[in-house]
Design a binder for this molecule. Structure first.
Ligand SMILES: [Zn+2]
Length: 385
């Protein structure tokens, strides 16, 4: 039995708000939190629950390019070393051996493969549903093969319209409703890739559980997300690229390019609007493909630039996202996964993003990432995949 002494962002049970408590916390032989004893005389380090990344594709080195098993392993290590101690993958192909169930890597909640229509998403990644009526059955089958989540692509450019092509929904609302119901039936939740405004109303009507990107959500919809407890993963690092997507679409798809450019120009005020509406924000890097692994800090710094306070970001990125995913934080009986600091990270995002150590099941690893105010980021060579 090991023992940690210091200041813990602790709660006795899930679904309570944690508070800073000083004392001693034991860790069992198999790596779980045992008993806590409050002791105000204790001096020591500070402990936060690990960060989560709810949108993290391990196994891709670039868009449509698969990682080797060694590269995939290095990606998972880079994620861990920047403090991401639990992942929801948000759509993936197969995992390289040694990643799932590895005690030295963040546990992964799998969402199965992306579900899209033919030619309506990135090559290679999705299951393509030819016949719309098959959607419920495809969603149910992905739900059965995943860890309680299904990922659908709700909108993408429809190139069949030539120069008039725009970012358009993939599914009629009726079929989407049946698909989501089929996933719910087998106990899974559903999240959706949605850049556009056009896709959101259908998703909300169909009973979606979570929205990825969400750059087209308007104010009324944001309020609906807040009141119904539908969180949004704003993936601000990804939205930062929308002007590039617009430029690439250029003259061939001017309407699509204009849609992307407009969202890029409004991206900062849009994020402020989401937050002001009270939407639960989920930390998601969209790493693998466009974004490198191990850079959650850069995403969260964009949140801070968007007016979210450091304390709120720390809550969103640790125990609040854990509650949403159903993963324990620092509490009795939970996996002993934590971030360790030599000084108090409260109210200081830079400090919170640079733990001295990260731990999984009580085993500590050095943190490889440090961030600075100018948004630059230093990553160990191990993490630079
Ligand atoms: Zn993604």
């Amino acid at each position: 039995m090991k023992q940690l002494s210091g200041n813990f962002y602790y709660r006795e049970h899930a679904n309570q708000d944690p508070r800073w408590m000083r004392g001693q916390l034991t860790i069992t032989e198999d790596g779980y939190f045992g008993s806590f004893r409050e002791d105000l005389t204790v001096q020591g380090d500070y402990f936060l629950p690990g960060f989560c990344d709810v949108h993290c594709h391990i196994g891709f080195v670039a868009v449509g390019q698969l990682a080797t098993p060694q590269e995939a392993l290095a990606q998972a290590e880079a994620d861990r070393d920047c403090g991401i101690l639990a992942i929801r993958d948000c759509g993936n192909l197969e995992y390289a051996p040694g990643i799932l169930g590895n005690r030295a890597l963040p546990p992964i909640i799998r969402c199965g493969r992306h579900i899209a229509r033919p030619k309506r998403y990135m090559r290679l990644l999705p299951i393509e549903v030819e016949n719309l009526n098959d959607l419920p059955q495809v969603m149910a089958s992905q739900a059965e093969q995943s860890d309680g989540w299904v990922k659908i692509v709700a909108d993408w450019i429809d190139r069949s319209n030539g120069a008039d092509s725009d970012l358009d929904p993939l599914w009629p609302t009726k079929i989407l409703k049946e698909g989501i119901a089929a996933a719910h039936q087998v106990g899974a939740r559903v999240t959706a890739h949605a850049f556009s405004h056009k896709a959101i109303a259908g998703l909300l009507e169909a009973g979606i559980d979570c929205i990825e990107h969400g750059s087209g959500i308007d104010e009324d919809q944001a309020q609906e997300c807040a009141s119904r407890g539908i969180p949004v993963t704003p993936t601000l690092l990804q939205v930062e690229l929308f002007d590039e997507f617009a430029a690439q679409a250029g003259k061939k798809y001017p309407i699509y390019a204009a849609t992307m450019q407009k969202m890029w120009e409004r991206r900062r005020e849009h994020f402020v609007m989401l937050h002001d509406a009270g939407v639960q924000l989920l930390p998601g890097t969209d790493s693998g493909g466009y974004q490198p692994h191990g850079e959650l800090g850069r995403e969260l710094m964009l949140w801070e630039r968007g007016g979210v306070s450091a304390s709120e970001i720390i809550d969103f990125a640790t125990w609040r996202v854990r509650d949403f995913l159903g993963i324990a934080a620092i509490e009795l009986g939970a996996r002993a996964d934590y971030l360790r600091y030599s000084s108090d990270p409260t109210g200081d995002l830079m400090r919170a993003l640079s733990p001295e150590k990260v731990a999984l099941l009580g085993r500590e690893f050095p943190s490889s990432t440090s961030v600075s105010r100018d948004n630059s980021l230093r990553i160990s060579t191990k993490g630079a995949v």
